[in-house]
Design a binder for this molecule. Structure first.
Ligand code: NAD
Length: 244
């Protein structure tokens, strides 16, 4: 596909940042969505521009419908018609058992980790043409259930796996592909947000490859799924988890 235009949500750091940088290096024009850290987002923009890439940044809370609509209108105006979407935002709240969770916490996880993916897919699909592709970032927690740790987060990612499968069937006849990745334990700041910065160190002995992954290793899988090389792959969610 010529003139590839990608939106990556939650791209000021972590897996989103690595993905935005990789896609830009592969010739995509990229819109970096970020929530609040404008300085970090500008840093990503500057590093892509320094490599000769095409990039813009846009602040939006993608769990908010009106802000998602504005984000995609902005991309239309600044870059043109979106061809590729990476739904990457996600939050992890400090560990809690279900009996201690209130509705506010549960709704925060679900609106951020699930509603945002529905809304961004909807706006992208209003515009996408044959050959376009979406990748949703799930988690190994969707398979494990993350028992006694982050069951709300795990359930939200289970919903993403089902969204990926169902939506892939809905749009397959239009020639649009929808896939996902399930990262395992990846070295990003999300673990500190979840209350356990040293989580990967604790769990590394239980990972078959004996280490956590890097954001760049996840970005490679996302870029492959988006690319035309994966033209016969849809409805799949790939584990990028060191064998866990
Ligand atoms: P991260 O915290 O660095 O990145 C998440 C990004 O999403 C942040 O930049 C954050 O600001 C942004 N974000 C959160 N809510 C938002 C909102 N409402 N609107 C816009 N942006 C918002 O963590 P990460 O590890 O890079 O996570 C990226 C994705 O990978 C997430 O979906 C996460 O659940 C998933 N994941 C990560 C791991 C891991 O071990 N790091 C494992 C499995 C899955």
């Amino acid at each position: 596909m010529q003139n590839k235009i990608a939106v990556v949500t939650g791209a000021s750091r972590g897996i989103g940042k690595a993905t935005a940088k990789l896609l830009a290096s592969q010739g995509y024009a990229v819109c970096i969505n970020y929530h609040s850290n404008k300085i970090a987002a500008n840093g990503v923009v500057e590093s892509i521009l320094a490599q000769g890439g095409k990039v813009i940044a846009y602040q939006a809370d993608v769990s908010c419908e009106s802000q998602v609509v504005e984000l995609f209108n902005f991309v239309d105006a600044q870059l043109g018609t979106i061809t590729h979407l990476v739904n990457n935002v996600g939050i992890l709240l400090p560990q809690s058992k279900l009996i201690d969770m209130d509705a506010q916490r549960i709704n925060k996880i679900l609106t951020t980790n699930v509603t945002s993916y529905f809304l961004c897919c909807r706006e992208a699909l209003k515009r996408m043409q044959k050959g376009a592709a979406i990748v949703n970032v799930s988690s190994g927690a969707a398979r494990s259930g993350s028992p006694s740790e982050y069951i709300d987060y795990a359930a939200s990612k289970g919903a993403i796996d089902t969204l990926t499968k169902g939506l892939s069937l809905e749009v397959a006849a239009q020639g649009i592909r929808v896939n996902g990745v399930r990262p395992g334990f990846i070295h990003t700041d999300i673990h500190a947000d979840g209350g356990e910065p040293k989580r990967i160190t604790r769990l590394s002995p239980h990972i078959p490859l004996q280490r956590g992954g890097t954001p760049e290793e996840v970005a490679q899988a996302i870029a492959w799924l988006l690319s035309d090389v994966a033209s016969y792959v849809t409805g799949s969610t790939i584990d990028v988890s060191g064998g866990k």
